[in-house]
Ligand binder design. Structure first.
Ligand code: F3S
Length: 69
């Protein structure tokens, strides 16, 4: 069985495109500058793995890292 996924937004790369938030609102929050942060510690709840990958591939700045624990 695959391990749990974890997401991380690289704050140096994020430019606030917010595609992550619209594609996976359960996994990303935007701060007052419009930059994204992972919800909680970035652990992806079961069933939301596809959204994590989708958000990663749709970020124009390649700011989202998805890792398997
Ligand atoms: Fe930032 Fe990419 Fe989301 S630029 S707001 S992490 S789509």
């Amino acid at each position: 069985m695959a391990g749990k996924l974890k997401i991380r937004v690289d704050q140096d790369k994020c430019q606030g495109h917010a595609r992550c938030k619209s594609l996976a609102p359960e996994l990303f929050d935007l701060d007052e500058f419009g930059n994204a942060h992972e919800v909680g510690d970035g652990s992806v709840p079961a069933g939301l793995e596809d959204k994590a990958w989708l958000a990663q591939t749709n970020c124009p700045e390649i700011a989202i890292e998805v890792t398997e624990e």
